[in-house]
Design a protein around this ligand. Structure first.
Ligand SMILES: Cc1ncc(COP(=O)(O)O)c(C=O)c1O
Length: 353
């Protein structure tokens, strides 16, 4: 029988088991020292003054908008091709998510389209480093008025950098995810990185019921905390970030070598480092390719979603770049532990379509 190839595989093992056992042994499963230790490690890695961990990447995006007091009457610009959470959090704050088209070659937001979508109601732009490819940051920064807050959805971009600056340290705040398809995982989890002390303090209030100190609650908040148990898993993962990224770079290299003359292969912009959250190619007969891969016991998946095709975001107009990406993108099996033989098997299917 042909050995199945999984779409993604988290790189966890003995170190994570030991870390969990240690926390279980202490009896302090949440709100203990591992939270602060993980937060210090994240801030150190990303190069921001602060990092606050939360229960998911979605929670990270949500608390940042709440901390910025984004609400009814406000508009927040988001790419039309992204994971729905990027836009959902805007709507759940009572603001309006304004979709803009993406460049289908890079999957990232079209800077000119962002500039054209700015209105007097625009409070923020959430730029997504999709699949780990850094956004053209300088171009974006210069295209929008300075009073608009630039935020990073860096859910898949931990380890990536734009020129020499790590993703997560480019915007007013960066939002990370530690879901198992991300390079560093805690099962579920996320973080908000920022240099702004006040924003960090507000994020911490919203993740912990709104408490400023116990008994002092200026506004209501959530329980979006990340427990010690999960922070403990993240600490040894993050310590290996460079090793994990190099392993992914090697796998990406194997794919690119075999596929670049057959399909559109992903890469970072000149001078940037890709975070390789996923390896997503583009081709015309994508659905046929998906079927052929699955027939060969190879798990593959579409890239992500064209939001204007989902119920809450219909009727915002045409987004041909997002349509192209949605119809052509194909995520291939990709993990630090992917072997060259597995890449060969995937490439054989795609090149013989
Ligand atoms: C671009 C993007 N933003 C946000 C999220 C949400 O992260 P989480 O699954 O940790 O809530 C994801 C998750 O896949 C994502 O890919």
């Amino acid at each position: 029988m042909t050995e199945p190839i999984r779409l993604a595989r988290p790189d966890v093992g003995e170190a994570e088991l030991d870390a969990i056992a240690e926390v279980v042994g202490t009896g302090q499963l949440t709100m203990g020292p591992k939270v602060e230790e993980f937060e210090r490690a994240i801030a150190g890695t990303v190069g921001t003054a602060h990092a606050a961990v939360v229960s998911s990447g979605t929670a990270a995006l949500h608390v940042v908008l709440l901390a910025l007091e984004v609400g009814p009457g406000d508009e927040v610009i988001v790419p039309a091709y992204t994971f729905p959470a990027t836009a959902n959090v805007v709507e759940l704050c009572g603001a309006k998510a304004i979709l803009v088209d993406v460049d289908p070659d890079t999957f990232n937001v079209d800077v000119a389209a962002v500039a054209a979508a700015v209105t007097p109601r625009t409070r923020a732009v959430i730029a997504v480093h999709l699949f780990g490819r850094p956004v053209e940051w300088e171009a974006l920064q210069t295209a929008i008025p300075q009073d608009i807050v630039l935020l990073e959805d860096a859910a898949g971009a931990l380890g990536a950098s734009y020129r020499a600056t790590p993703c997560g340290a480019l915007g007013v705040a960066g939002c990370l995810s530690f879901h198992p398809r991300k390079i560093v995982t805690t099962g579920e989890g996320g973080a908000v990185t920022t240099d702004e002390a006040e924003l960090d303090a507000a994020v911490r209030r919203f993740r912990h019921h709104g408490w400023r100190t116990l008994g002092d609650m200026p506004v209501p908040g959530f329980n979006y905390r990340l427990p010690d148990l999960l922070c403990a898993i993240g600490i040894p993962q993050l310590a290996r970030l460079e090793e994990l990224l190099r392993a992914r770079e090697r796998v990406a290299g194997w794919y690119t070598e075999r596929l670049e003359h057959h399909v559109l292969t992903p890469r970072a912009g000149d001078g940037d480092r890709h975070g390789w959250q996923a390896y997503v190619v583009q081709l015309d007969r994508r659905d046929e390719a998906l079927e052929a891969l699955r027939a060969g016991a190879i798990e593959a998946q579409i890239g992500t979603w064209a939001l204007h095709r989902l119920e809450p975001y219909r009727a915002q107009g045409a987004f041909p770049g997002a349509d192209t990406a949605f119809e052509r993108a194909l995520a291939l099996p990709f993990a630090t532990t992917t072997t060259e033989e597995e890449v060969e098997r995937v490439a054989d299917v795609l090149t013989s379509l």
